[in-house]
Design a protein around this ligand. Structure first.
Ligand SMILES: NC(=O)c1ccc[n+]([C@@H]2O[C@H](COP(=O)([O-])OP(=O)(O)OC[C@H]3O[C@@H](n4cnc5c(N)ncnc54)[C@H](O)[C@@H]3O)[C@@H](O)[C@H]2O)c1
Ligand SMILES: O=C(O)C(=O)C[C@]1(C(=O)O)C=C[C@@H](O)C=C1
Length: 280
Protein backbone atom coordinates (compact mmCIF):
# COMPACT_ATOMS: atom_id res chain seq x y z
CA UNK A 1 0.00 0.00 0.00
CA UNK A 2 1.28 3.48 -0.87
CA UNK A 3 1.80 5.55 2.25
CA UNK A 4 0.86 9.26 2.24
CA UNK A 5 3.96 11.45 2.35
CA UNK A 6 4.73 14.28 4.73
CA UNK A 7 7.61 16.70 4.19
CA UNK A 8 9.22 18.32 7.23
CA UNK A 9 11.42 21.35 6.59
CA UNK A 10 13.48 21.85 9.76
CA UNK A 11 14.08 18.66 11.74
CA UNK A 12 14.76 20.07 15.20
CA UNK A 13 12.81 19.66 18.44
CA UNK A 14 9.40 20.37 16.90
CA UNK A 15 10.01 19.04 13.37
CA UNK A 16 11.63 15.91 14.81
CA UNK A 17 8.75 15.34 17.24
CA UNK A 18 6.21 15.72 14.42
CA UNK A 19 8.24 13.34 12.24
CA UNK A 20 8.27 10.74 15.03
CA UNK A 21 4.53 11.14 15.72
CA UNK A 22 3.52 10.96 12.03
CA UNK A 23 5.88 8.06 11.32
CA UNK A 24 4.18 6.17 14.15
CA UNK A 25 0.81 6.84 12.46
CA UNK A 26 2.09 5.25 9.23
CA UNK A 27 3.05 8.29 7.11
CA UNK A 28 6.22 8.28 5.00
CA UNK A 29 8.40 11.18 6.14
CA UNK A 30 10.82 13.14 3.97
CA UNK A 31 12.94 15.82 5.61
CA UNK A 32 15.04 18.86 4.82
CA UNK A 33 17.39 20.68 7.21
CA UNK A 34 20.50 22.82 6.88
CA UNK A 35 21.89 20.52 9.56
CA UNK A 36 22.42 17.35 7.51
CA UNK A 37 23.34 15.20 10.54
CA UNK A 38 19.85 15.61 12.04
CA UNK A 39 18.25 14.17 8.89
CA UNK A 40 20.85 11.41 8.62
CA UNK A 41 20.24 10.39 12.25
CA UNK A 42 16.48 10.28 11.60
CA UNK A 43 17.01 8.10 8.51
CA UNK A 44 19.27 5.78 10.54
CA UNK A 45 16.53 5.53 13.21
CA UNK A 46 13.91 4.68 10.58
CA UNK A 47 11.88 7.85 11.26
CA UNK A 48 12.66 9.59 7.96
CA UNK A 49 12.61 7.80 4.60
CA UNK A 50 14.30 10.38 2.39
CA UNK A 51 16.59 13.39 2.74
CA UNK A 52 15.70 16.45 0.64
CA UNK A 53 18.93 18.15 -0.39
CA UNK A 54 17.52 21.22 -2.08
CA UNK A 55 14.06 22.74 -1.61
CA UNK A 56 14.17 24.14 -5.15
CA UNK A 57 13.84 20.56 -6.36
CA UNK A 58 10.89 19.61 -4.14
CA UNK A 59 8.35 17.38 -5.90
CA UNK A 60 4.61 18.06 -5.63
CA UNK A 61 4.06 14.73 -3.89
CA UNK A 62 3.25 15.60 -0.29
CA UNK A 63 -0.14 15.42 1.40
CA UNK A 64 1.23 17.79 4.07
CA UNK A 65 4.35 19.92 4.39
CA UNK A 66 5.40 21.31 7.78
CA UNK A 67 7.79 24.26 8.02
CA UNK A 68 9.55 23.87 11.40
CA UNK A 69 12.37 26.42 11.38
CA UNK A 70 12.80 29.64 13.44
CA UNK A 71 10.12 32.18 12.46
CA UNK A 72 12.33 34.58 10.49
CA UNK A 73 13.53 31.66 8.34
CA UNK A 74 10.01 30.42 7.65
CA UNK A 75 8.82 32.98 5.08
CA UNK A 76 11.60 32.41 2.49
CA UNK A 77 11.04 28.67 2.85
CA UNK A 78 7.28 29.11 2.36
CA UNK A 79 8.03 31.18 -0.77
CA UNK A 80 10.14 28.37 -2.24
CA UNK A 81 7.77 25.57 -1.28
CA UNK A 82 4.65 27.35 -2.50
CA UNK A 83 6.11 27.56 -6.00
CA UNK A 84 6.54 23.75 -6.02
CA UNK A 85 3.70 22.34 -3.93
CA UNK A 86 0.29 23.04 -5.44
CA UNK A 87 -1.77 20.05 -4.34
CA UNK A 88 -0.92 19.27 -0.74
CA UNK A 89 -1.37 21.44 2.35
CA UNK A 90 1.53 23.56 3.57
CA UNK A 91 1.61 24.61 7.21
CA UNK A 92 4.13 25.86 9.76
CA UNK A 93 4.68 25.61 13.51
CA UNK A 94 6.09 29.09 14.17
CA UNK A 95 5.36 30.78 17.49
CA UNK A 96 4.13 33.95 15.75
CA UNK A 97 1.53 33.93 13.00
CA UNK A 98 0.81 37.46 11.70
CA UNK A 99 3.81 37.90 9.39
CA UNK A 100 3.59 34.51 7.71
CA UNK A 101 -0.22 34.61 7.33
CA UNK A 102 -0.10 38.13 5.82
CA UNK A 103 2.59 36.88 3.42
CA UNK A 104 0.41 33.94 2.38
CA UNK A 105 -2.54 36.27 1.73
CA UNK A 106 -0.42 38.77 -0.25
CA UNK A 107 1.02 35.94 -2.37
CA UNK A 108 -2.31 34.10 -2.65
CA UNK A 109 -0.90 30.85 -1.24
CA UNK A 110 -4.28 29.19 -0.82
CA UNK A 111 -2.83 25.88 0.37
CA UNK A 112 -0.96 27.46 3.31
CA UNK A 113 -2.59 27.31 6.76
CA UNK A 114 -0.68 28.73 9.73
CA UNK A 115 -0.21 26.51 12.76
CA UNK A 116 1.38 26.57 16.20
CA UNK A 117 1.55 23.80 18.80
CA UNK A 118 1.39 25.06 22.39
CA UNK A 119 3.85 22.39 23.38
CA UNK A 120 7.59 22.39 23.59
CA UNK A 121 10.53 22.20 25.90
CA UNK A 122 13.64 24.26 26.57
CA UNK A 123 15.72 21.73 24.62
CA UNK A 124 17.05 22.32 21.10
CA UNK A 125 17.43 19.93 18.18
CA UNK A 126 16.32 16.58 16.78
CA UNK A 127 18.10 14.61 19.51
CA UNK A 128 15.61 15.94 22.07
CA UNK A 129 12.49 15.30 19.97
CA UNK A 130 9.90 12.73 21.04
CA UNK A 131 6.69 11.42 19.51
CA UNK A 132 4.40 12.16 22.49
CA UNK A 133 5.20 15.89 22.64
CA UNK A 134 1.85 16.94 21.15
CA UNK A 135 -0.36 14.39 22.87
CA UNK A 136 -3.05 16.33 24.77
CA UNK A 137 -1.60 19.73 23.79
CA UNK A 138 -3.47 22.68 22.35
CA UNK A 139 -2.55 23.33 18.72
CA UNK A 140 -3.57 26.66 17.18
CA UNK A 141 -4.40 26.85 13.50
CA UNK A 142 -4.92 30.27 11.90
CA UNK A 143 -6.87 29.83 8.64
CA UNK A 144 -7.60 32.90 6.54
CA UNK A 145 -10.28 33.80 4.00
CA UNK A 146 -8.18 32.35 1.15
CA UNK A 147 -8.09 28.81 2.58
CA UNK A 148 -10.36 26.01 1.38
CA UNK A 149 -12.71 24.57 4.01
CA UNK A 150 -11.74 21.00 3.10
CA UNK A 151 -8.03 21.77 3.61
CA UNK A 152 -8.73 23.19 7.07
CA UNK A 153 -10.68 20.05 8.00
CA UNK A 154 -7.92 17.80 6.62
CA UNK A 155 -5.23 19.54 8.66
CA UNK A 156 -7.40 19.44 11.79
CA UNK A 157 -7.94 15.69 11.39
CA UNK A 158 -4.22 15.05 10.93
CA UNK A 159 -3.33 17.01 14.07
CA UNK A 160 -6.10 15.35 16.09
CA UNK A 161 -4.73 11.98 15.02
CA UNK A 162 -1.52 12.70 17.00
CA UNK A 163 -3.52 13.78 20.07
CA UNK A 164 -3.71 17.56 19.61
CA UNK A 165 -6.62 19.71 20.79
CA UNK A 166 -6.99 21.93 17.73
CA UNK A 167 -8.18 25.55 18.16
CA UNK A 168 -8.97 27.79 15.18
CA UNK A 169 -8.03 31.41 15.84
CA UNK A 170 -7.45 34.70 14.04
CA UNK A 171 -3.69 35.19 13.45
CA UNK A 172 -3.50 38.64 15.05
CA UNK A 173 -5.41 37.52 18.14
CA UNK A 174 -3.07 34.52 18.32
CA UNK A 175 -0.04 36.81 18.50
CA UNK A 176 -1.65 38.92 21.24
CA UNK A 177 -2.48 35.88 23.37
CA UNK A 178 0.89 34.15 22.95
CA UNK A 179 2.72 37.42 23.71
CA UNK A 180 1.09 37.37 27.18
CA UNK A 181 1.39 33.67 27.99
CA UNK A 182 4.67 32.88 26.28
CA UNK A 183 6.70 35.71 24.76
CA UNK A 184 6.76 38.16 27.71
CA UNK A 185 7.45 35.29 30.19
CA UNK A 186 10.51 34.29 28.11
CA UNK A 187 11.78 37.89 28.13
CA UNK A 188 11.25 38.11 31.90
CA UNK A 189 12.83 34.72 32.59
CA UNK A 190 15.94 35.64 30.60
CA UNK A 191 16.04 38.98 32.45
CA UNK A 192 16.06 37.22 35.84
CA UNK A 193 18.97 35.04 34.73
CA UNK A 194 20.84 38.03 33.31
CA UNK A 195 20.39 39.77 36.71
CA UNK A 196 22.86 37.20 38.11
CA UNK A 197 25.49 38.48 35.69
CA UNK A 198 27.21 35.06 35.97
CA UNK A 199 28.21 35.94 39.55
CA UNK A 200 29.56 32.76 41.09
CA UNK A 201 27.93 33.26 44.47
CA UNK A 202 24.42 33.64 42.95
CA UNK A 203 24.84 30.80 40.47
CA UNK A 204 26.14 28.43 43.14
CA UNK A 205 23.16 28.85 45.47
CA UNK A 206 20.34 29.27 42.92
CA UNK A 207 17.75 26.75 44.10
CA UNK A 208 14.47 25.16 43.03
CA UNK A 209 12.48 28.41 42.84
CA UNK A 210 15.03 30.12 40.62
CA UNK A 211 15.44 27.04 38.43
CA UNK A 212 11.64 26.67 38.04
CA UNK A 213 11.04 30.23 36.94
CA UNK A 214 14.05 30.25 34.60
CA UNK A 215 13.86 26.78 33.03
CA UNK A 216 12.71 28.29 29.75
CA UNK A 217 15.83 30.49 29.56
CA UNK A 218 17.75 27.43 28.39
CA UNK A 219 15.74 27.64 25.12
CA UNK A 220 17.22 28.52 21.73
CA UNK A 221 18.43 32.17 21.58
CA UNK A 222 17.81 32.21 17.79
CA UNK A 223 14.23 31.04 18.25
CA UNK A 224 13.50 33.73 20.88
CA UNK A 225 15.28 36.56 19.09
CA UNK A 226 13.19 35.75 15.98
CA UNK A 227 9.93 35.59 17.98
CA UNK A 228 10.67 38.90 19.75
CA UNK A 229 11.40 40.72 16.51
CA UNK A 230 8.39 39.29 14.71
CA UNK A 231 5.97 40.24 17.50
CA UNK A 232 7.70 43.53 18.29
CA UNK A 233 4.76 45.92 18.71
CA UNK A 234 2.66 43.68 20.93
CA UNK A 235 5.69 42.78 23.01
CA UNK A 236 6.65 46.45 23.44
CA UNK A 237 3.15 47.26 24.75
CA UNK A 238 3.29 44.34 27.18
CA UNK A 239 6.74 45.31 28.46
CA UNK A 240 5.28 48.76 29.27
CA UNK A 241 2.40 47.15 31.22
CA UNK A 242 4.82 44.88 33.05
CA UNK A 243 7.04 47.82 34.03
CA UNK A 244 3.91 49.58 35.30
CA UNK A 245 2.98 46.54 37.38
CA UNK A 246 6.46 46.39 38.94
CA UNK A 247 6.37 50.13 39.58
CA UNK A 248 3.08 49.70 41.49
CA UNK A 249 4.59 46.94 43.57
CA UNK A 250 7.63 49.14 44.21
CA UNK A 251 5.32 51.93 45.40
CA UNK A 252 3.45 49.58 47.74
CA UNK A 253 6.79 48.50 49.19
CA UNK A 254 8.08 52.06 49.54
CA UNK A 255 4.85 52.99 51.34
CA UNK A 256 5.01 49.83 53.44
CA UNK A 257 1.41 49.15 52.39
CA UNK A 258 1.20 45.60 53.69
CA UNK A 259 -2.31 44.98 52.30
CA UNK A 260 -1.24 45.88 48.77
CA UNK A 261 1.91 43.77 49.05
CA UNK A 262 -0.16 40.83 50.31
CA UNK A 263 -2.73 41.28 47.52
CA UNK A 264 0.01 41.19 44.87
CA UNK A 265 1.02 37.68 45.93
CA UNK A 266 -2.51 36.52 46.81
CA UNK A 267 -3.92 37.45 43.39
CA UNK A 268 -1.07 35.63 41.64
CA UNK A 269 -1.55 32.52 43.76
CA UNK A 270 -5.29 32.34 43.03
CA UNK A 271 -4.82 32.68 39.27
CA UNK A 272 -1.84 30.32 39.08
CA UNK A 273 -3.53 27.63 41.22
CA UNK A 274 -6.59 27.77 38.95
CA UNK A 275 -4.47 27.42 35.78
CA UNK A 276 -2.77 24.37 37.24
CA UNK A 277 -5.96 22.70 38.55
CA UNK A 278 -7.90 23.38 35.29
CA UNK A 279 -5.04 21.81 33.33
CA UNK A 280 -5.21 18.52 35.26
N1 LIG B 1 10.70 24.86 21.11
C1 LIG B 1 9.46 25.09 21.43
O1 LIG B 1 9.07 25.00 22.61
C2 LIG B 1 8.47 25.47 20.35
C3 LIG B 1 7.10 25.25 20.58
C4 LIG B 1 6.20 25.58 19.56
C5 LIG B 1 6.64 26.12 18.37
N2 LIG B 1 7.98 26.34 18.20
C6 LIG B 1 8.41 26.90 16.91
O2 LIG B 1 8.94 25.82 16.17
C7 LIG B 1 9.94 26.26 15.27
C8 LIG B 1 11.16 25.38 15.42
O3 LIG B 1 11.60 25.41 16.76
P1 LIG B 1 12.40 24.21 17.43
O4 LIG B 1 12.17 24.32 18.89
O5 LIG B 1 12.13 22.94 16.73
O6 LIG B 1 13.88 24.68 17.13
P2 LIG B 1 15.19 23.78 16.90
O7 LIG B 1 16.33 24.72 16.97
O8 LIG B 1 15.18 22.59 17.77
O9 LIG B 1 15.01 23.29 15.39
C9 LIG B 1 15.06 24.14 14.28
C10 LIG B 1 15.63 23.33 13.11
O10 LIG B 1 15.56 24.13 11.95
C11 LIG B 1 16.79 24.04 11.24
N3 LIG B 1 16.93 25.27 10.46
C12 LIG B 1 17.15 26.53 10.91
N4 LIG B 1 17.15 27.39 9.88
C13 LIG B 1 16.93 26.66 8.76
C14 LIG B 1 16.82 26.99 7.40
N5 LIG B 1 16.91 28.26 6.97
N6 LIG B 1 16.60 25.99 6.50
C15 LIG B 1 16.49 24.70 6.93
N7 LIG B 1 16.59 24.34 8.21
C16 LIG B 1 16.79 25.31 9.13
C17 LIG B 1 17.85 23.85 12.31
O11 LIG B 1 19.02 23.25 11.79
C18 LIG B 1 17.11 22.96 13.31
O12 LIG B 1 17.29 21.59 13.04
C19 LIG B 1 10.18 27.74 15.60
O13 LIG B 1 9.53 28.53 14.64
C20 LIG B 1 9.53 27.93 16.95
O14 LIG B 1 9.05 29.25 17.10
C21 LIG B 1 8.91 26.00 19.15
O1 LIG C 1 7.79 24.61 27.78
C1 LIG C 1 8.63 25.29 27.20
O2 LIG C 1 9.83 25.12 27.34
C2 LIG C 1 8.19 26.32 26.26
O3 LIG C 1 8.77 27.37 26.27
C3 LIG C 1 7.11 26.01 25.33
C4 LIG C 1 6.44 27.19 24.66
C5 LIG C 1 5.79 28.09 25.71
O4 LIG C 1 6.21 29.26 25.85
O5 LIG C 1 4.86 27.64 26.38
C6 LIG C 1 7.43 27.95 23.87
C7 LIG C 1 7.15 28.49 22.68
C8 LIG C 1 6.03 28.06 21.94
O6 LIG C 1 5.70 28.78 20.87
C9 LIG C 1 5.07 27.23 22.60
C10 LIG C 1 5.37 26.68 23.78
Amino acid sequence: MVRERILIAGLGLIGGSLAKAFNKCGYEIHAYDVNKTAVEKAIYEGIVKEKIENLDETEDEYAFTFICVPVLESIPILGKLASKIKNGIITDVGSTKTQICKYSIEHKIKNFIGGHPMAGTEKIGYEHSFDALFNGAYYFITPTEINRKEDIEKLKKLLQSIGCKVEEIDFELHDKITAVISHLPHVVSAGLVNMLNSSEIYCKFAGGGFKDITRISSSSPKMWADISVSNKNTLLELIESYIELLKNFKLSLQNQNYNEIYSYFEKAKLIRDKIVSDGK
